[in-house]
Design a binder for this molecule. Structure first.
Ligand code: ATP
Ligand code: MG
Length: 585
């Protein structure tokens, strides 16, 4: 062992006592390897049965049968099975394999508690490296200190005991990835938890990866449609964008993400939903919902539920992101939802406190900003040289009493390209999705919005802003002039049209039609209660009376003047019929 002054000593272990000339040979080997005389002592170890194990400092040289078998197993793991017969490969492997005398670093567990183990002796282990404990439990190195390190445990800490051995793997944590993950529910290590049998992954991707650089990216220029009128018309999201969904609890945050996933059907987008710290039953319900609506065909759910260890909750978004990257670097378009990063930050805070890192603001460790920025930076629209794939991120953050100036919300607001702010008061008044039009923003999606939606949406934000101002202003006055009253009913109508039930995403031409009719004041005289019926009727009418027009808008994403006029004309025709029916009814 290495003592305080750095002197190296060695121990030889075996079941049988070595002959003096054998000891001599080990001493020579040590002198040759370390370029100096290394004092050597022998210890009996009946567990080793055949062969010798030599330990010098924290290096282990394993000449035991068990060690050789493990080496051979490692070697076998690295040969790539082809399509063909495995036997010739096996034969070749057996012929080519040579035992090595590379040192293997071994450490010992100093302490263990619920999620953390400290280990001594692994002088060369690196941050993020995976360690394997004697019982098979794995851990990931988090803190490196002189002579010892701390690692977070992926398995049951009861199976790790102080004094037991730890091996390095020289590998960082990786997520198995592949097409086969679509339709599945897995934990953050890629292990299926949906009871549908094992998954044979194509390959692995490191869960922590460098984000694409500036030259690897291109501007966001294609829409990622949510199917929600309130978002696509005013806060359009583009492929490769990061748009935060933020609001108090139970304000419809998950519902927006879920609808967006449903809306990707037949759009050739891969979806990944990462559930962090949620109830297992909620995740099961959401998955069932996706499955029933045919969305699991292109979706993977990665879940670290509330009952899972803080370690698993901490790595969950990175694991989901690695899976997303696998598809993005193949040139595909990916949508990833992190639901939610508030719980993720809390899991990380728990780990950091256990690791005895000094707590900062709101007891979060100082690097919590970096925690989320290195995750969200990995979303991108890749350059054409890199295949042109994209990963759009919808991180979700829960606020307390609408406070967006708390630590985690301000952090994440500053790393994303905009936020959809959901408001409890709106939600409870029935305005769902409860998007606060004044506080929400999308900074890059405007370029990605199709011309059709952009031109149809026109000045809707401005109209709504005017309406809100006027509503506050006229709150207590009873006698309003005709023009003001019309303005108010128009604004109320717009707000009502932005309401949308769950699981009913609107296609592009449907959004365009509603917007053109509403902003063209076609619905001005319809009572608020009848607006829903009017909208449904109008969309059905167009489908029947002007199918070509509908298809053209969906296909081209354009709205030339004559199409807009046809839409308006059709809307007025439908209005006449609707009003006639109402009179009769
Ligand atoms: P939590 O904070 O618990 O995660 P959340 O903010 O994610 O909640 P959701 O679970 O999405 O909120 O929605 C809360 C409830 O509101 C659910 O029962 C959901 O079905 C309902 N809801 C959400 N959006 C709508 C909508 N547009 N129309 C009708 N009901 C909705
Ligand atoms: Mg939710």
């Amino acid at each position: 062992m290495r003592n305080a002054r750095g002197n190296l000593t060695a121990t030889l272990r075996s079941a049988q006592e070595p002959a003096p000339e054998q000891l001599e040979r080990f001493s020579e080997f040590l002198a040759r390897t370390y370029q100096r005389q290394v004092p050597l002592v022998w210890e009996r170890d009946d567990a080793l049965r055949t062969g010798f194990r030599l330990q010098a400092g924290s290096d282990i040289y394993d000449w035991t049968l068990g060690g050789r078998v493990r080496q051979f197993q490692d070697y076998l793991r690295h040969i790539q099975p082809g399509q063909d017969d495995i036997l010739p490969l096996m034969r070749q492997a057996v012929e080519e394999w040579e035992p090595t005398i590379l040192p293997e670093e071994i450490g010992y567990v100093l302490t263990v508690d619920s999620e953390i183990a400290t280990v001594s002796g692994l002088d060369h282990a690196q941050y993020g490296e995976i360690l394997v404990f004697a019982s098979g439990v794995k851990g990931m190195v988090q803190d490196l200190r002189q002579g010892e390190l701390s690692c977070i445990l992926f398995g049951d800490s009861e199976e790790v005991s102080a004094g037991s051995m730890v091996r390095r793997t020289l590998k960082t944590a990786a997520m198995p990835v592949g097409e086969v993950f679509l339709g599945r529910v897995v934990d953050p290590l890629g292990v299926p938890i949906d009871g549908k049998g094992p998954i044979r992954a194509d390959t692995y991707r490191a869960i922590e990866a460098q984000a694409p650089g500036i030259l690897d990216r291109q501007p966001v220029n294609a829409p990622m449609e949510t199917g929600l009128l309130a978002i696509d018309s005013m806060f359009p999201i583009g492929r490769g964008q990061r748009e935060l969904i933020i609001g108090d609890r139970q304000t419809g945050k998950t519902a927006i993400a879920l609808d967006t996933i449903l809306n990707q059907r037949d759009k050739n987008v891969i979806c990944i939903y990462v559930a962090i710290g949620q109830k297992t039953s909620s995740v099961a319900q959401l998955t069932e919902n996706l499955r029933r609506r045919g969305a699991m065909d292109y979706t993977t759910v990665v879940s670290a539920p509330a009952g899972a260890s803080a370690t698993l909750q901490y790595i969950a978004p990175y694991a989901g992101c690695a899976l997303g990257e696998y598809f993005m670097y193949q040139g595909r378009d990916v949508l990833i939802v992190y639901d939610d990063l508030s719980k993720h930050a809390i899991a990380y805070r728990t780990l950091s406190l256990l690791l005895e890192r000094s707590p900062g603001r709101e007891a979060y460790p100082g690097d919590v900003f970096y925690l989320h920025s290195r995750l969200l930076e990995r979303s991108a629209h890749l350059s054409d040289e890199l295949g042109g794939g994209s990963m759009t991120a919808l991180p979700i953050v829960e606020t307390q009493a609408g406070d967006v100036s708390a630590y985690i919300p301000t952090n994440i607001i500053s790393i994303t390209d905009g936020q959809i702010f959901l408001e409890g008061d709106l939600f409870f008044s029935g305005q769902r999705p409860a998007v606060n039009v004044g506080l929400s923003v999308s900074r890059v999606g405007g370029d990605a919005q199709t011309k059709a939606v952009k031109s149809a949406a026109g000045a809707i934000r401005l109209d709504l802003a005017q309406y809100r101002e006027m509503a506050v202003f006229t709150q207590f006055s009873s006698d309003l002039d005709e023009a003001t009253r019309r303005q108010l009913t128009y604004g109320q109508g717009l707000m009502r049209l932005l309401r949308q039930p769950q699981y009913a995403p609107l296609s592009q031409h449907q959004q365009v039609a509603v917007l053109v009719a509403a902003l063209g004041h076609v619905m001005q005289d319809i009572s608020l209660e009848r607006l829903d019926a009017f909208r449904t009727g109008l969309l059905a009418w167009l489908e029947e009376q002007a199918p070509d027009l509908c298809q053209r808008i969906d296909r081209t994403g354009q709205l030339p003047q004559e199409d807009r006029e046809e839409l308006l004309a059709q809307s007025r025709k439908f209005l006449a019929q609707f009003q006639a029916d109402e009179k009769q009814g």
